[in-house]
Design a binder for this molecule. Structure first.
Ligand code: TYM
Length: 337
């Protein structure tokens, strides 16, 4: 029996943060034991907003190394770089030609990012969810583990596969594309900013103090936690809509201490912010320590990371080529002879 297939990815735009880890990568690690897992560094997505060419290659390696440092095992998972497998761009183009423009115009993330870009919005930014659909559909993925913010993009990928490809070009017995399902964890799927508990932690927030990255040194973590937004109420609690910061930080503590929500809630119910913040900072530092140690060891030999990416590219390209051939045939292209 073939194990269910999993595909996911993170953009290489600066160091990954707690949201990427807790919302996505942590889940990937657990899936490796009983799924056929593919994890890519989605560099073609990173150029949908203005990017720095002097940093792209380095950020791509950093992201791949962080996957491994977080526990992705290249013996069990296929780890690769999106742009190393040209089939992503090719299927992306084919899907572009069948996706209605208004499906893209209503994407929440596009609207949010477009506002930030002002007059400089690229076609790529609008088109980004179609490329993401290609990433997923190329691998016949059953499951896509992501944070809450990607749910709408996953629904789009399902609609493209089902309504725009399978029902038009395939048959019920032989669908051209597998229709994937999102896999969103109940905890950690929406980690919020440290400076505003109502907006999500994000790589693009200009305020570095709003996020903790996986590579922040202990002193910086402590400083960011110390400056994190609080409120005048004593005692941490979950679920009070007036206190999004308390909910977010207590959630981080529950998850990263390994104590779980009930024990964390009891422990901190009467605790003031002055006692809670050092406890949270210490918990974060300890949770990230092993990741940072593994990361440093991996970066002492970039040849090893490049070898993992080379092997990943070979495996990924094989699977992608099979799907692409099926789609090309289904759409009636003349095969190259
Ligand atoms: P990206 O790079 O913005 O984020 C990578 C993953 O981290 C999750 N995430 C969060 N989870 C919880 N709280 C947060 N504050 C938070 N911020 C980010 C995201 O949901 C995501 O799972 N379009 C994708 C990348 C992508 C992709 C794919 C993902 C491209 N192709 C194919 C899955 C499958 C993105 O920009 O993620």
């Amino acid at each position: 029996m073939q194990r269910p297939r999993v595909l996911s990815g993170v953009q290489p735009t600066g160091a990954l943060h707690l949201g990427n880890w807790l919302g996505a990568i942590r889940n990937w690690v657990d899936l490796q034991s009983d799924h056929d897992t593919f994890f890519c560094v989605v560099d073609l997505h990173a150029i949908t907003v203005p990017h720095n060419p002097a940093r792209l290659a380095e950020d791509t390696r950093t992201t791949a190394a962080l996957y491994l440092a977080c526990g992705i095992d290249p013996e069990r998972s296929t780890v690769f770089v999106q742009s190393h497998v040209p089939a992503h761009s090719e299927l992306g183009w084919i899907l572009n030609c069948v996706t209605p423009l208004n499906w893209l115009e209503r994407m929440i993330q596009f609207k949010e990012k477009a506002i930030k870009q002002g007059d400089n919005v690229s076609v790529g930014l609008l088109d980004y969810p179609v490329l993401m659909a290609a990433d997923i559909l190329l691998y016949d993925a059953d499951l896509v583990p992501v944070g809450e913010d990607q749910k709408q993009h996953l629904e789009l990928a399902r609609d493209i596969a089902q309504q725009r490809i399978n029902s038009r070009f395939g048959s019920e017995e032989a669908p051209l594309l597998k229709v994937p399902k999102p896999l969103i964890l109940s905890e950690g799927a929406r980690v919020m900013s440290l400076t505003d508990g109502r907006s999500k932690m994000s790589k693009s927030d200009p305020n570095e103090g709003s996020r903790i990255t996986l590579l922040d040194p202990p002193e910086l973590i402590t400083k960011k936690v110390k400056r994190a937004k609080t409120d005048p109420v004593i005692g941490l609690e979950f679920g009070n809509p007036e206190r999004p910061e308390a909910d977010n930080l207590l959630g981080l503590y529950a998850l990263l201490s390994g104590k779980g929500r009930e024990a964390a809630r009891e422990e901190c119910a009467a605790m003031g912010w002055g006692a809670f913040k050092p406890l949270l900072a210490e918990t974060l530092v300890e949770a990230l320590r092993p990741v940072q140690e593994r990361y440093r060891a991996l970066r002492s030999d970039d040849g090893q990371i490049d070898a993992v990416l080379r092997q990943g590219r070979e495996r990924a390209a094989d699977v992608a080529a099979t799907t692409l051939r099926r789609v090309r045939d289904g759409l009636g292209f003349l095969p190259a002879r």
